[in-house]
Ligand binder design. Sequence first.
Ligand code: IPM
Ligand code: MG
Length: 352
Amino acid sequence: MKFTISVLPGDGIGPEVIEQGIKVMEAIGKRFGHTFDYRYGDVGGIAIDRTGSPLPQETIDICINSDALLFGAIGDPKYDNDPTAKVRPEQGLLGLRKALDLYCNIRPLTIFQNLKHLSPIRPENLDGVDFVVYRELIGGIYFGAKGRKEDGNYAFDTCEYRVEEIDRIAKLAFAAARLRGKKLMLVDKANVLETSRLWRERIQQLAKENSDIEVSYMFVDNAAMQMIVNPAQFDVILTTNMFGDILSDESSVLAGSLGLIPSASIGSKTSMFEPIHGSAPDIAGQDLANPIATVASVAMLLDHLKLEKEAETVRAAISELLERGIGTADLKGLEARSCSQVGDELAKIAAG
Ligand code: IPM
Ligand code: MG
């Protein structure tokens, strides 16, 4: 089959990890008889440098007219300590989420047996850990009314949710639970926030219609703690934009490296696939970055295109490489290879 894939490498280590992801896609294409036609675009800091905008219209057009989007990373330290900057790389990512209506962000956590020593969690507490965070992505405090008043001395960000925004992601989260451990937990702050009470009301209602799924509720502060003391209790975690942002970063360290975790952002238009790590400017351009999160994101992309066998082949390649004790330098204890060498190895294994 033939697919059009938009590719936005972005900033920092984005381009180098994307290059490895493409190598693996090419190997899969050859092996299974698919053609991937890549359309590259700029986003983030690199787009600001080239066009003045973190998300040029041309980039949005490329993405909308493709079957799936592979995204690298964005962010540049020159903006981080300048709160007055008018344009920021992050606006590229947030704008893209909005433009593509990417309301559902999925961040699965996989624990690799031979990487348990890298986790800050005791190995015995990692037994049976396998969960996924479903994070609402285009609502809540990220996109509610915000601004400054009183000569700039007063700032506000508003958390807002509508029932429709809750229902559409809940539907996907229930479906995911059905294919997994049949457990769904809503993480909120319903003891304080009105938006959380609306979420709870809706999920309680939907729980009745999905009676095969065991539904539970947890306040976010407790969930942050439980993720450390008893992470094996989770299956599907459903939560709001900001809580999901925080909890998914927390969950990623359980695996031992940020460089391992992929994500999918599903919407009504083109869906997007990206490693959850950032642009890591300190190691950019040195061929040191871990491309596994990007390659695992390619697997999620293939799944989304209904190429399940192909996706499984990519995941098996990652497992095989790690089992052979090979990885990038962040995976201490493994034989260290460069970013491009790991990409070559993964492509070789995936090619069969
Ligand atoms: C993420 C990131 C983004 C977010 C930033 C870069 C805007 O932290 O994808 O989790 O906060 O959503
Ligand atoms: Mg984040």
